[in-house]
Design a protein around this ligand. Structure first.
Ligand SMILES: Nc1ncnc2c1ncn2[C@@H]1O[C@H](COP(=O)(O)OP(=O)(O)OP(=O)(O)O)[C@@H](O)[C@H]1O
Length: 396
C-alpha cells in the first residue's frame, strides 16, 4: 500500500494583517501622514500546520473572524503567508468571495472565458465546455449582461459552473454556496459528491455544520487563527459549539453581567427507565431526561425545553413545557424537570441533548448545548434516525 500523497501541505504558516487603530473617520483624517503609530499588527493565522491528502474532503469551521477565509486564500495562493510555506499540487479551482475572479464591466460570457483562462484553460477548451457551463449555471438569459448587474446568486451560479468544468484536482469553496437558492445548492452538493467519487479534493469553508458532517471526512476547527481541533467532523462540531458557548459567557462577563444572572442549567441527565445512565437506549424504551435549573432572583413564568440532535447536529426531536401545558412552579432554588419520552424508536447512532431555560416570551435565559448524550445500537434492518420496521415485498 502506498502512503497517501498530500495535495496541499501547510508548514508553520502565519499571516499578519496591519489594522488601523484609529477609531473614527475624523481621527483618521487628523492622523493622516503620521499613521504608523495608529496601526497595529493582527495575526489572522498563527503557526498552522496541515496536510491535506488527495481525494479527501475537508471542512474548515470556526467562529466569525477565526481565520477560515484567510486560510483558504493562502491555500489558493490569493494571499501570501507572512511566515511559513504552502505547497500545492495539481489544478485548482477556487470559489472564494463573491465576484472574485469576475470583471464587473464584462459580460457573463466574457467572464467565463476570462475565468477559465485564469484557471488554465485555452480558448478552444473553453469553447468546448461553454454550453455546459451556461447550462449548469441556469442563467443563459443573462449571459450577455455585464456581471455588475448580476444578483449574488447569479454570480455564484456562474462561478461554480466555471469552477467545476475546468477539471480541478482541488476545489476550494468559501461559504458562497449559501448564496444560491435551495435548488442550486442541491445541484452544487450533488456535483461535490460526484467530485468526491472521482477522487478530487475539496476544501470547504462553511457555517452550515450539517454540510460539514454530511460532506466532509475531516474537519478543522479554527479559533483566533489557530487550529483547535483537527479530526472527525462530528467532534469538531461539538467542540465548535463549546467555543461558541464559552464566547457567549465571556461576552456576558465582559459586559459586566453575571452569566448566571438570568438563570442557569445545573445538570442534564438521560437514561432509559429501569436502566442506569450511560447504558444504550433500545427500541421501545422510555427515555427519561432530567434537567435541573435555578434562577438567582426567582422567575414565575418560565419554560423548560429539550432538543435531541443526531451526531451530525441535526435536530431530530424537540419539546417544551409550553407545548404540553405543564405547570411549572416558581423557579429560584434548584428545580428538576423530568421529560419522559415513551416508547422511543431511534435509529442507530449517537444522540445529544440540548436543554434550555426560556422566559414566558420564549427568550433564551440559559442554554446547555450537548449537555448529555446517549447511544442507540445498530439496527440491522435499516438506517436512519427513526427506527421503523420494514416489510419489503417483490410485487413482480
Ligand atoms: N485584508 C485584511 N486586512 C486586515 N485584516 C483582515 C484582512 N482580511 C482578514 N482580516 C482579519 O483577519 C481575521 C480573520 O478573517 P477571516 O475572513 O479569515 O475570518 P473567517 O473565519 O473567514 O470569518 P467569517 O466566518 O466571519 O467569514 C479577521 O479578524 C479579519 O478582520
Amino acid at each position: 500500500m502506498t502512503a497517501a500523497v498530500p495535495i496541499v501541505r501547510i508548514d508553520n504558516v502565519s499571516k499578519r494583517f496591519i489594522i488601523q487603530k484609529s477609531k473614527s473617520l475624523k481621527e483618521r483624517v487628523v492622523n493622516a501622514g503620521r499613521s504608523a503609530k495608529f496601526k497595529e499588527d493582527f495575526w489572522a493565522l498563527r503557526d498552522i500546520n496541515l496536510e491535506i491528502d488527495a481525494g479527501t474532503s475537508i471542512g474548515l469551521i470556526g467562529p466569525n473572524g477565526s481565520g477560515k477565509s484567510t486560510m483558504l486564500k493562502t491555500i489558493g495562493g490569493i494571499i501570501q503567508p507572512t511566515t511559513g510555506s504552502i505547497t500545492r499540487r495539481g489544478r485548482m479551482a477556487a470559489l472564494l468571495e463573491l465576484g472574485a475572479g469576475f470583471h464587473p464591466d464584462l459580460t457573463g460570457r466574457d467572464n467565463v472565458y476570462l475565468n477559465a483562462s485564469i484557471l488554465g484553460l485555452t480558448q478552444k477548451q473553453t469553447d468546448r465546455f461553454f454550453d455546459a457551463i451556461v447550462d449548469f449555471s441556469g442563467i443563459e438569459q443573462f449571459i450577455d449582461t455585464q456581471v455588475k448587474f448580476y444578483s449574488s446568486g447569479m454570480y455564484v451560479r456562474l462561478a461554480f459552473a466555471v469552477a467545476i468544468h475546468v477539471d480541478p484536482d482541488l476545489l476550494l469553496v468559501d461559504e458562497v454556496l449559501a448564496v444560491g437558492d435551495e435548488a442550486f445548492q442541491r445541484k452544487c452538493l450533488d456535483k461535490i459528491r460526484e467530485f468526491q467519487a472521482e477522487g478530487r479534493t475539496i476544501v470547504l469553508v462553511t457555517h452550515s455544520l450539517n454540510q460539514v458532517t454530511d460532506i466532509c471526512s475531516r474537519a478543522v476547527l479554527l479559533n483566533q487563527g489557530q487550529i483547535l481541533f483537527d479530526g472527525l467532523p462530528h467532534i469538531a462540531v461539538k467542540d465548535f459549539r463549546d467555543v461558541l458557548e464559552e464566547r457567549r459567557v465571556e461576552e456576558v462577563v465582559a459586559h459586566g453581567e453575571d452569566p448566571g444572572a438570568n438563570g442557569s442549567i445545573l445538570s442534564t441527565t438521560v437514561h432509559a427507565r429501569g436502566r442506569a445512565e450511560g447504558q444504550q437506549i433500545e427500541a421501545g424504551d422510555d427515555l427519561v431526561v432530567r434537567v435541573t435549573y435555578e434562577h438567582p432572583t426567582g422567575i414565575d413564568d418560565w419554560i423548560a425545553t429539550i432538543q435531541i440532535d443526531n451526531f451530525r447536529g441535526m435536530p431530530v426531536y424537540g419539546t417544551a413545557t409550553s407545548r404540553t401545558d405543564t405547570h411549572l412552579a416558581r423557579l429560584k432554588e434548584p428545580r428538576t424537570i423530568e421529560f419522559v419520552l415513551s416508547d422511543v424508536q431511534f435509529g442507530a447512532g449517537k444522540y445529544f441533548i440540548n436543554s434550555s431555560l426560556l422566559d414566558s416570551e420564549k427568550r433564551h435565559l440559559a442554554d446547555a448545548p450537548q449537555a448529555a448524550s446517549f447511544d442507540v445500537p445498530y439496527f440491522q434492518l435499516a438506517d436512519g434516525v427513526v427506527r421503523l420496521t420494514p416489510t419489503i415485498s417483490d410485487l413482480g
